[in-house]
Design a protein around this ligand. Sequence first.
Ligand SMILES: [Cu+2]
Length: 159
Amino acid sequence: MNHQLETKMKTTIKLAVALAALSIAPAFAHDQHDHGSFSAGEPGNPKKPARTIEILMNEMDYTPSKIEVKRGEQVRFVLRNVGKEDHEFLLATAKENLAHAEVMKKHPHMEHDDPNGVRLAPSKTAEILWKFTKSGTFEFSCLIPGHRDYGMVGHVTVN
Ligand SMILES: [Cu+2]
Protein backbone atom coordinates (compact mmCIF):
# COMPACT_ATOMS: atom_id res chain seq x y z
CA MET A 1 0.00 0.00 0.00
CA ASN A 2 1.41 3.40 -0.85
CA HIS A 3 2.02 5.83 1.97
CA GLN A 4 -0.44 8.44 0.80
CA LEU A 5 -3.29 5.95 0.72
CA GLU A 6 -2.28 4.63 4.12
CA THR A 7 -2.33 8.14 5.60
CA LYS A 8 -5.71 8.74 4.05
CA MET A 9 -7.06 5.52 5.57
CA LYS A 10 -5.73 6.42 9.01
CA THR A 11 -7.43 9.81 8.77
CA THR A 12 -10.68 8.11 7.79
CA ILE A 13 -10.41 5.72 10.73
CA LYS A 14 -9.74 8.60 13.16
CA LEU A 15 -12.81 10.36 11.82
CA ALA A 16 -14.83 7.18 12.27
CA VAL A 17 -13.63 6.93 15.90
CA ALA A 18 -14.72 10.53 16.48
CA LEU A 19 -18.12 9.84 14.93
CA ALA A 20 -18.61 6.70 17.02
CA ALA A 21 -17.85 8.68 20.17
CA LEU A 22 -20.26 11.39 19.04
CA SER A 23 -23.14 8.93 18.73
CA ILE A 24 -22.47 7.53 22.23
CA ALA A 25 -21.65 10.64 24.23
CA PRO A 26 -21.97 14.12 22.74
CA ALA A 27 -20.26 15.81 25.72
CA PHE A 28 -17.26 13.51 25.37
CA ALA A 29 -16.92 13.95 21.61
CA HIS A 30 -15.31 17.34 22.00
CA ASP A 31 -12.15 15.73 23.41
CA GLN A 32 -11.84 13.57 20.31
CA HIS A 33 -11.05 16.62 18.22
CA ASP A 34 -8.30 17.76 20.52
CA HIS A 35 -5.41 15.56 19.46
CA GLY A 36 -3.26 16.84 22.30
CA SER A 37 -5.39 15.26 25.03
CA PHE A 38 -5.93 11.69 26.16
CA SER A 39 -8.47 10.33 28.59
CA ALA A 40 -5.96 8.46 30.80
CA GLY A 41 -3.29 11.16 31.19
CA GLU A 42 -0.56 12.19 28.78
CA PRO A 43 2.47 10.77 26.93
CA GLY A 44 5.46 10.60 29.28
CA ASN A 45 8.66 12.61 29.28
CA PRO A 46 11.70 10.36 28.60
CA LYS A 47 13.91 12.73 30.61
CA LYS A 48 11.93 12.14 33.81
CA PRO A 49 12.13 9.03 36.03
CA ALA A 50 9.59 6.27 35.45
CA ARG A 51 8.53 3.05 37.11
CA THR A 52 8.77 0.07 34.79
CA ILE A 53 5.81 -2.28 34.64
CA GLU A 54 6.03 -5.33 32.40
CA ILE A 55 2.77 -6.62 30.97
CA LEU A 56 2.42 -9.92 29.16
CA MET A 57 -0.23 -10.24 26.48
CA ASN A 58 -1.63 -13.65 25.67
CA GLU A 59 -4.82 -15.41 24.51
CA MET A 60 -6.86 -13.91 26.04
CA ASP A 61 -5.57 -11.90 28.95
CA TYR A 62 -2.97 -9.55 30.41
CA THR A 63 -0.56 -10.39 33.23
CA PRO A 64 -0.84 -8.46 35.49
CA SER A 65 -4.36 -7.24 34.78
CA LYS A 66 -4.59 -4.81 37.70
CA ILE A 67 -2.14 -2.08 38.55
CA GLU A 68 -2.14 0.88 40.91
CA VAL A 69 -0.29 4.12 40.38
CA LYS A 70 -0.10 7.48 42.08
CA ARG A 71 -1.45 10.56 40.39
CA GLY A 72 1.44 12.28 38.61
CA GLU A 73 3.46 9.07 38.41
CA GLN A 74 5.19 8.13 35.20
CA VAL A 75 5.13 4.51 34.05
CA ARG A 76 7.17 2.77 31.39
CA PHE A 77 4.99 -0.10 30.18
CA VAL A 78 7.07 -2.88 28.70
CA LEU A 79 4.60 -4.87 26.62
CA ARG A 80 5.37 -8.37 25.46
CA ASN A 81 3.13 -10.40 23.21
CA VAL A 82 3.79 -13.93 24.44
CA GLY A 83 0.77 -15.30 22.58
CA LYS A 84 0.22 -16.75 19.12
CA GLU A 85 -1.97 -13.97 17.71
CA ASP A 86 -1.70 -10.20 17.32
CA HIS A 87 -2.72 -8.27 20.42
CA GLU A 88 -3.17 -4.66 21.39
CA PHE A 89 -2.64 -2.52 24.43
CA LEU A 90 -4.81 0.60 24.33
CA LEU A 91 -4.80 2.80 27.39
CA ALA A 92 -7.97 4.89 27.81
CA THR A 93 -11.24 5.10 29.69
CA ALA A 94 -13.62 2.16 29.34
CA LYS A 95 -16.02 4.47 27.50
CA GLU A 96 -13.42 5.47 24.96
CA ASN A 97 -12.26 1.90 24.39
CA LEU A 98 -15.81 0.67 23.90
CA ALA A 99 -16.47 3.35 21.27
CA HIS A 100 -13.20 2.42 19.60
CA ALA A 101 -14.16 -1.28 19.69
CA GLU A 102 -17.29 -0.55 17.65
CA VAL A 103 -15.15 1.01 14.92
CA MET A 104 -12.79 -1.96 14.98
CA LYS A 105 -15.63 -4.38 14.30
CA LYS A 106 -15.82 -2.73 10.88
CA HIS A 107 -12.05 -2.32 10.47
CA PRO A 108 -10.48 -5.28 12.31
CA HIS A 109 -7.01 -4.67 10.87
CA MET A 110 -6.79 -0.99 11.67
CA GLU A 111 -3.35 0.15 12.73
CA HIS A 112 -2.71 2.22 15.81
CA ASP A 113 0.07 4.75 15.92
CA ASP A 114 -1.15 6.78 18.88
CA PRO A 115 1.03 7.38 21.96
CA ASN A 116 -1.49 5.57 24.19
CA GLY A 117 -1.65 2.34 22.24
CA VAL A 118 0.15 -0.28 20.22
CA ARG A 119 -0.60 -3.46 18.29
CA LEU A 120 1.96 -6.26 18.55
CA ALA A 121 2.57 -9.35 16.46
CA PRO A 122 3.46 -12.57 18.33
CA SER A 123 6.79 -12.44 20.25
CA LYS A 124 7.15 -8.68 19.68
CA THR A 125 7.86 -6.17 22.42
CA ALA A 126 7.08 -2.47 22.68
CA GLU A 127 7.23 0.28 25.27
CA ILE A 128 4.79 2.99 26.15
CA LEU A 129 5.85 5.81 28.44
CA TRP A 130 2.85 7.31 30.15
CA LYS A 131 2.19 9.93 32.80
CA PHE A 132 -0.98 9.43 34.82
CA THR A 133 -2.08 13.01 35.42
CA LYS A 134 -5.71 12.26 36.33
CA SER A 135 -7.08 10.23 39.19
CA GLY A 136 -9.69 7.61 38.51
CA THR A 137 -9.95 4.17 36.97
CA PHE A 138 -8.66 3.58 33.47
CA GLU A 139 -8.22 0.49 31.42
CA PHE A 140 -6.00 -1.16 28.88
CA SER A 141 -7.71 -3.32 26.38
CA CYS A 142 -7.26 -5.27 23.16
CA LEU A 143 -9.88 -4.17 20.67
CA ILE A 144 -9.29 -6.81 18.03
CA PRO A 145 -12.85 -8.15 17.62
CA GLY A 146 -13.66 -10.71 20.32
CA HIS A 147 -10.51 -10.27 22.40
CA ARG A 148 -11.93 -7.81 24.93
CA ASP A 149 -15.01 -9.95 25.51
CA TYR A 150 -12.82 -13.01 26.07
CA GLY A 151 -10.85 -11.28 28.80
CA MET A 152 -8.33 -8.89 27.27
CA VAL A 153 -9.04 -5.98 29.57
CA GLY A 154 -7.00 -4.72 32.51
CA HIS A 155 -7.45 -1.89 34.99
CA VAL A 156 -5.31 0.97 36.22
CA THR A 157 -6.33 2.71 39.42
CA VAL A 158 -4.83 6.17 39.82
CA ASN A 159 -4.93 7.54 43.37
CU1 LIG B 1 -5.88 -9.44 21.64
